[in-house]
Ligand binder design. Sequence first.
Ligand SMILES: Cc1cc2nc3c(=O)[nH]c(=O)nc-3n(C[C@H](O)[C@H](O)[C@H](O)COP(=O)(O)O)c2cc1C
Ligand code: SF4
Length: 509
Amino acid sequence: MNPIFRARQGTNPDLSGIAQTKTRLEGINIVCIMSISTTFSEPPGNLLIMSDKKNKPWKFSLGSISDFNAMCAEIGCEIDAVEDTSSLAEPVMVNDLVIPNSLVVHPMEGCDGDRQGNPGKLTLRRYQRFAAGGAGLIWAEATAVVHEGRANPRQLWLNDNNKGAFADMVSMMRHHAAQSIATDHQPIIALQLTHSGRYSKPDGTSKPLIPQRDPYRDPLLPEPEPTATRTSKVDDSSVVTDEYLDNLQDAYVKAANLAYQAGFDAIDIKSCHGYLINELLSSRNRPGKYGGNFENRTRFLLEVIDKIKSELGDKIEICTRLGFYDALPYPFGWGVDEQDYTRCNLDEPKKLVKLLSQRGVRLINFTIGNPYYNPHVNRPFNQPAKNAYTEPEHPLKGVERLINLCGQMQKEFPEIAFVGTGYSWLKHLMPNIAAAAKIKGKAKLFGAGRLAFAYPDFARDILNTGTLDAKKVCIACSGCTQLMRDNHMTGCVIRDRKFYDAITGGKVT
Ligand SMILES: Cc1cc2nc3c(=O)[nH]c(=O)nc-3n(C[C@H](O)[C@H](O)[C@H](O)COP(=O)(O)O)c2cc1C
Ligand code: SF4
């Protein structure tokens, strides 16, 4: 067992208490019951404070590059940082698309659409801010292709009735990008298409749709270390049929067509984070044409891409956000060592990337882990969400894993532009570490997830000044994840308080 995965005993923040609020903000009515009374707060200066095994505060400074280098040496991490961040201004070519700089807004769900799947007012506000923020690629959030695959009743859902609403959102984004940055600034806009699989909650209650039973993930709870003995919350009736998957392929093709008509430059066939397509990749126990051997497990993703290509040709770029390592025991995990799930084995993910490359896929957003099950693998944090667990490893180890595994893939597939993930925890040093990764060929593009929630114009500041304002960055407090888990609309409870205080009842301190 790799010690970095062993859980530490630690206290979760006090997230008890109920607050109810009804507020009107800039034309947005928000009524909610919120269970945060909380301790999400920014530590003084640049100190990050964590608990170790004995709950003693673990303090370190993340002020300058030399502090960072010292921290890496102490923890035993290999991550480079450079002063000169100008390489992040370089454009990146993806087939015929020109991404005007190397900075990306990752897909980040706000859970703020309406019941019909249309973008809501907070959705539009978010994308307006991202568009005006200067990133070269804006990767719009998880958008369902069928109602039953929505992760919540407010998840965006692209369908025949709302193509116009999505088209208006794209036009609005192009307008704000040109107005705020430069008349010729044209960010690439991608849309992530999804089916939430095991995490489907289309009407607000859990209605899992899974490719196979899984003793680790069936209880639907986060775990620092997998256990196969917990009570399952799903049963065999949740397993989808081959016929369901055949029809679902057509739903993806239809949604891709609608996205093209709405004006998106690219569509992502989301294959990560434990959602349906990601789980199919490791469905070794599933009988039939979508389970068992590698060819069957990758069939769904590859056939969807082939069908979209045959319908739309090169009219729209096809990309994917691909999970490379589930950090779950074999045979349930994808990209894992058969003997030791704490180690990855990228043989199958590489085989898949080769097949994607042969189909002309030139843009892959790199990610690992599952935010519901092992969130520390997916998004290193300083403070856990309620019902999650304290980080079982130093979060910088998680950042290192994300950066360096992506580097392995980027080096092996130079024809593909990989988007690196996991940079938000690095706070104001994000551009210095991204620029070093760029120079070392560890990714061509660099994404901000939580950082973009906190600081939507992070790219503009990096491109104009070479740095980020330490007072605006994400502090990895899990407040936005908490909102999402509690079925609320989400955003940054620290840097966007004016809006999200309303959702939390003003209880964020
Ligand atoms: C509230 C929230 C919503 C997210 N929504 C999505 C999503 O829609 N699609 C996706 O692929 N990842 C989603 N993610 C994951 C992020 O894109 C990103 O991979 C993760 O936060 C790690 O990157 P970071 O360190 O820059 O935040 C979400 C993360 C959070 C916290
Ligand atoms: S973006 Fe999320 S994790 Fe980061 S500071 Fe804001 S609420 Fe906390």
